[in-house]
Design a protein around this ligand. Sequence first.
Ligand code: 76U
Length: 363
Amino acid sequence: EGWLSLSHMTADVSMFPFKEWLKCQNKAVKNHKQELSEIAHPQGPYIVRETIARMIALTRGVMCEPEQIVIGTGTQPLIRQLMDVQRNDTRVAIENPGYFRIYQLLKSMNYDVSPAPLDEKGININKVEEIDPNFLFITPSHQFPTGIIMPISRRIELLNWAALSNDRYIVEDDYDSEFKYGTDNIPSLQSLDRNQRVIYTGTFSKTLLPGFRISYMVLPPNLLRVYKKYYSSWIQGSNSFTLYTLHYFIKSEAYARHIKRMNHHYEMKRKNLIKQLRLRFQDGITIKNIPAGLHFLAEFKTERGYEEIEARAKQEQLEIYTIKRFMLKGVTEYNKLELVIGFASIQNEDINEAVDRLYRIMK
Ligand SMILES: Cc1ncc(COP(=O)(O)O)c(CN[C@H](CF)CCC(=O)O)c1O
């Protein structure tokens, strides 16, 4: 019957409004031939940055001017640009478990990168003070991969910590913050920042499609000055055609409608998957049931180790990922079997079959 996927790295392409997207593409051709014939602004076309600035002000409380926005072809290239213009002795801390692709990028740039552990409120503030980083990478809206939603109290603690020095920044990765199911959508950390300490990054990979490669970064004025100094001759890497299409997709409210529709769709699939998992595994499964994002963590009682589970998953043609990929350096072997279970790809009618395969893999 072929492969089924519980990957957390996808979006549900079966629901993407390609017809509306193509209409916006036509508008881009009609209204912006001139701009398409030229090299775009290093940070991306102004009107696209203006539309993004307005949208994140409305949806995430982010306060910024279009001049502070840098558009990029992904979170990694944006972080690379930001960090390329920092001093070599810059110290960095990142959540552990955390987004290993950023961890690996920062290490490949020869920065001193320290994984910092979490507690029930997100990144552990005492550990942050111990490490004393210049840049702190966090995902407060929906910690990646544990899903923890950082309470306001911890956000304030972190902002107070950052405000104590001109040489401290917090990179707020607001990844998949758009998907909340019945839980409150806490405004961005950036919206609480009064000292130009927060760099805000967002992406359209989860709300549109990861293949579009459209992400953005909001720099506080002091870092924007540094950025402009180093990148004045930079040619924007994004595809202007896609960016102008995005501009019309957002302005026509198609984007807002799509997110609303996807929230309902994902909430229904998530509920069904959790129900089937509980029915099948009974007390053999413990689900970290935080109602947000496009994946959840689930711990399974099994005698089998990670390698064996991954091998059996291939046999069963079920795409699954374990928590190991997010356990950054210096963490002892996990003594429980934990999966990151994504529900964007799996079609509702395939959920029972996927759960059956998972049951055979674990038993
Ligand atoms: C924490 C976090 N911040 C941003 C992105 C978005 O990056 P970009 O598309 O480049 O804008 C991801 C995307 N994560 C990937 C797909 F889910 C990879 C996960 C894995 O490698 O496990 C992410 O986890």
